[in-house]
Design a protein around this ligand. Structure first.
Ligand code: SF4
Length: 295
């Protein structure tokens, strides 16, 4: 075959649609097929584009676990921190450089079991960050143990006869601690989730989005729930959209209906607003000299 013909037949090199946000050299990722984490990352990538935030001002922090691997795959300033400590790590980043858009991307075990205390205090202080929580109802990577979100009666490696502890209602926890934006979606609601992340990225203060995701390998297998596709069908048949629902009513039972939507969208002064206000009152003109921000 002559050279000209070979050139003509050569397919153009396709650019991956998410190449500007993913570290392609790290692909393939470690997530199991039909895991929901990849879908959440796709929604996040779509949202970042829509929110039009300069990527050099975005910083992603993850904890430990399957969801904790997100930080390693995004082509942004990102940190894979220690178990349960993603929120204090992100807090330090934000206080060190208030212009950063800090995003915590982690799992339910990391954020609400080991890191639960950090979550409640960060929401109370209205620390300016977005927390995206992948909730798959179990500690997946670390051995399939019962989590603070495991529904009653569900089987895990540490509750082989069924869980008897009441799980957290995450949107209610975030709401009652003072979060300014609270939403919940499943991995099936890709576009709604992307829109919600876009909205939250443009908010000041502590925002929280719970993303219910299938863990086909551990949670679904232990509970004989079928494949990831079966779980997506379950979400399709059992999710109910109720924007503005009272967060007290958002408990999730074992294989029960899942209420999704945007529940809270309000304004409160952020931690830095309060700190700067207090310093202005205390130090007056000297505040600027001490390194306080311009008004
Ligand atoms: S173990 Fe579960 S959560 Fe972890 S990658 Fe596999 S399916 Fe996803």
């Amino acid at each position: 075959m002559n050279e000209t013909l070979t050139k003509e037949l050569k397919l153009p090199e396709e650019k991956h649609p998410m190449e500007n946000i993913l570290r392609m050299d790290r692909i393939p990722h470690i997530w199991c097929s039909t895991c929901g984490i990849g879908i959440a990352v796709t929604s996040f990538a779509i949202a970042l584009e829509k929110a039009k935030i300069p990527l050099d001002q975005v910083c992603v922090v993850s904890g430990i676990g399957c969801s904790g691997r997100v930080a390693g795959y995004v082509k942004l300033d990102s940190f894979h921190s220690t178990h349960g400590r993603a929120i204090p790590f992100a807090t330090g980043l934000k206080l060190g450089n208030p212009k950063l858009k800090t995003i915590v991307f982690s799992g339910d075990g990391d954020l609400f079991g080991i890191g639960g205390n950090h979550f409640i205090h960060s929401a109370r202080r209205n620390m300016d960050m977005l927390v995206l929580c992948i909730n798959n109802f179990i500690y997946a990577m670390t051995g399939g143990q019962c989590a603070a979100t495991t529904p009653l009666t569900a089987n895990t490696s540490t509750s082989p006869y069924g869980n008897y502890e009441y799980p957290f209602n995450l949107p209610h926890l975030a709401d009652s601690c003072g979060a300014v934006y609270v939403a919940r979606w499943t991995a099936l609601h890709v576009r709604r989730l992307a829109n919600s992340i876009t909205e939250a990225l443009n908010k000041r203060g502590f925002s929280f989005i719970e993303i219910i995701c299938p863990c086909s390998t551990i949670y679904a297998r232990r509970n004989r729930l079928g494949s990831g596709l079966d779980i997506m069908k379950f979400y399709h048949d059992n999710s109910v959209i109720k924007h503005g629902a009272n967060t007290k009513d958002l408990d999730i039972g074992y294989q029960s209906k899942i209420i999704v939507g945007k529940f809270v969208d309000r304004e409160r002064p952020t931690f830095l607003d309060c700190l700067n206000d207090w310093n202005r009152k205390k130090f007056g003109d000297k505040f600027r000299e001490y390194g306080g921000p311009d008004d």
